[in-house]
Design a protein around this ligand. Sequence first.
Ligand SMILES: O=c1ccn([C@@H]2O[C@H](COP(=O)(O)O)[C@@H](O)[C@H]2O)c(=O)[nH]1
Length: 230
Amino acid sequence: MSESPLIIALDYPSLDAALCMADQLDPARCRLKVGKELFTRSGPAVLEALHGRGFDVFLDLKFHDIPNTVAGAVQAAAEQGVWMVNVHAAGGRRMMEAAAERLASNHLTTHLIAVTVLTSTEQSGLQEVGVTGALDEQVERLARLTQQSGLDGVVCSAQEAAHLRKVCGERFLKVTPGIRPSFAAVNDQQRIMTPSEAMRAGSTHLVIGRPVTQATDPMQALAAIEADLA
Ligand SMILES: O=c1ccn([C@@H]2O[C@H](COP(=O)(O)O)[C@@H](O)[C@H]2O)c(=O)[nH]1
């Protein structure tokens, strides 16, 4: 199992492309994230293939549905051996409690976390969907609800990590996408930080996709990120 905070997002349209990247990576240096595109294309086969190569896998499907449906989906993910799985905190207390209770009652130790506000969302985007308060207040509200519901942590931006460390404590996981080394393009992310800034702010895990996977030399990009963290 990796001690590194790095989680590399395998956002690829095929199993072959994802495994081509995984085969260049080392399970001692990073964990891997499987998201909606890759899982929808390849299904559980990708989890088997990555586990077979020794990687811890974060299955990032962001479940958001009625409590019974989400509890079943989280159980199914955990029974496939994933290290971490997630739901949307906006699904509410009963949904999150049902998911956490389902894992506990089946003695499944997969980490369960909840997305607060997507890192691609900015203040104006939140207002458009009817959330009129400040974005950081919404993140805090959903993080508190996640913790009260018995989950292990949240997905948030690194810009909120320092505050959530105060509010929810050190041990509550702060998994932060929107990580952009100085050499990388911002793409569709809005709330970003560099790897070293994010760790100083209190992130427990850094999710990094395109800055590595779309780099001309992915292994050089990963080495530069590790150097930034050293
Ligand atoms: O708020 C969120 C939640 C999840 N993600 C996911 O993280 C990676 C980020 O990839 P990059 O290429 O480094 O932007 C991607 O798989 C997202 O689905 C997120 O970005 N923000």
